[in-house]
Write a protein that binds this ligand. Structure first.
Ligand code: XMP
Length: 510
């Protein structure tokens, strides 16, 4: 299968590069910049992309390449730091600007294969301090900005290309077209990779790894764990896979029933439903600190899950780890953003070692997992569910978690969802939910004074949860959600809407 390799120099947008290329129908993998060349240069390689990164190419110990960049035999595109690296390796010079160029910038294009069909003046996203003041010999300057005399260059003979800006982010208006020009025009890819064509090889791989063994899986109802379980169910024989659905009492309204109904009753998976809500609420009694809540929930979850695994004497653990989980956990050259629960997050005394972890989705992006989920017959509304945090409503219920407060929150959340669905907004929102604040406010209802809870509503737009904007929900929808919540949920007398973006906020309140 033809492929493009992205060499990761630690840039923040590296995942997006690989996602964009795969969306074009070309298989793409991200590797650390220093991955041994023999491990990835083969007959299928069609092109290489060098990413941005936080360093200056002149820093001591700055990441580099110890191969002759002009001799890969396939085209190389350098983005930001990647371009400066090409420049340095080919003898050009890089200068340090007094002020960084950041944000939307007007680019004037002059020609070159990357800019076929691109406007003479187009908006791009810049994020750099170093800049190239003179291109190396043999390179033509393909674009400039007011502050950047070499914003793009190319050397067609050696198949080297560079852009100082970030074509992979949506702010670069014609960025996708530029990447297409590289992938199809320069690298001559055919574009016949489809995520759903991977299903057969994933089934074969599960069978090869597990053989006649027994597998246990945690099924949360989220898209990743669900698709992993349905795949394993298809791959293995009856009795080999047991799915465990741990209900920690922090789920949304009707969630447990929906999950059991979809996966056990309709798709025929072997699932045990463990109602551990009493145990969780007992362990969380009196706890208000958000990090302590997370820790208690995480630990108890593993314990309950392992008790179930022991009961069936499973040798393998199936996990819904996806590609970004591994990248974010520091698999590439990028800084570790968060240590993902699925990656290296198992306790030291875990029942399962690395060889006994089955991760069929580990090379896929979320959108690809969804495509596979649909191809496997998982209903659309389950495949397109909004992400839901592992600690569930615990991080949306500020202060102490009691059954009464959680029930109130569940009802508010349900009403907000119904109002968004009624106006056909729900499917296009990244996440939407209610938050039980720990603020009580004075109100007047009927002829009497009330002094009850204030609930916040939150809805956000995002591509990847790393940055978000608050959704601009039409005012009438917010008003009817507010009116219904106060009328239908005793104990709530005020509703506010959270308009904070991320950064500086986060999606969840805790
Ligand atoms: P924040 O609140 O950090 O959330 O902007 C980013 C995304 O991650 C989800 N989230 C979590 N998921 N365990 C999870 O499995 C957690 O502890 C957790 N905290 C946040 C959140 O819902 C959003 O999609």
């Amino acid at each position: 299968m033809e492929k493009i390799i992205v060499l990761d120099f630690g840039g923040q947008y590296n995942q997006l590069i690989a996602r964009r290329v795969r969306e074009m129908g070309v298989y793409c993998e991200i590797l650390r910049y220093d991955a041994p060349v023999e491990s990835w240069v083969d007959a299928e390689l069609r092109g290489i992309i060098l990413t941005g990164g936080p360093n200056s190419v002149y820093d001591q110990g700055a990441p580099g390449l110890d191969v002759n960049i002009a001799r890969f035999g396939v085209p190389v595109l350098g983005i930001c730091y990647g371009m400066q690296l090409i420049n340095r390796l080919m003898g050009g010079s890089v200068k340090h600007a007094r002020i960084s160029e950041y944000g939307h910038t007007s680019l004037k294009t002059k020609g070159g294969a990357l800019f076929e069909g691109i406007e003479a003046e187009t908006v791009v996203f810049m994020n750099h301090t170093d800049f190239i003041d003179a291109a190396p010999e043999g390179f033509s300057i393909d674009a400039v900005t007011d502050n950047c005399p070499v914003a793009a260059f190319s050397n067609e003979k050696n198949m080297l290309y560079g852009v100082q800006f970030h074509p992979e982010v949506r702010h670069t208006v014609e960025g996708e077209k530029m990447l297409r020009n590289f992938v199809f025009g320069v690298c001559r890819c055919a574009g016949n990779y489809r995520a759903r064509d991977q299903i057969q090889s994933m089934l074969d791989e599960i069978r090869r790894q597990v053989k006649d063994g027994r597998v246990v899986a945690g099924l949360s109802g989220g898209v990743d764990s669900s698709v992993a379980c349905v795949l394993a169910d298809r791959a293995l024989k009856k009795g080999q896979l047991k799915c465990v659905f741990v209900d920690h009492g922090l789920l949304r309204n009707d969630e447990a029933r929906q999950v059991m109904n979809t996966y056990r009753d309709n798709l025929g998976l072997d699932i045990v439903h463990i109602d551990a809500s009493e145990r969780f609420l007992e362990a969380l009694k009196g706890v208000v600190d958000p990090e302590r809540k997370r820790k208690i929930i995480g630990e108890l979850f593993v314990r309950v899950f392992e008790e179930e695994a022991r009961k069936i004497d499973a040798q393998y653990l199936l996990q819904g780890t996806i590609y970004p989980d591994r990248i974010e956990s520091g698999m590439g050259g990028s800084a570790t953003i968060k240590s993902h629960h699925n990656v290296g997050g198992l306790p030291k005394d875990s029942l399962f070692d690395a060889e006994h972890i089955v991760e069929p989705l580990k090379s896929l992006f979320k959108d690809e997992v969804r495509i596979i989920g649909q191809a496997l017959g998982i209903p659309r509304d389950m495949v397109w569910r909004q992400p839901f945090p592992g600690p569930g409503l615990a991080v949306r219920c500020i202060g102490e978690l009691t059954r009464e407060r959680l029930d109130m929150l569940r009802n508010c959340d349900k009403i907000f969802r119904e109002e968004l669905q009624k106006s056909s907004l729900y499917e296009n929102i990244w996440q939407s939910f209610a938050v039980m604040t720990n603020v009580k406010t004075v109100g007047v209802m009927g002829d009497g004074r009330t002094y009850t809870n204030c609930v916040a509503l939150r809805a956000v737009e995002s591509d990847d949860a790393m940055t978000v904007e608050a959704s601009e929900i039409p005012y009438p929808v917010l008003k009817s959600a507010c009116a219904r919540i106060i009328a239908e949920v005793p104990g709530v007398n005020r509703v506010v809407y959270d308009i904070t973006s991320k950064p500086p906020g986060t999606i969840e309140w805790e």
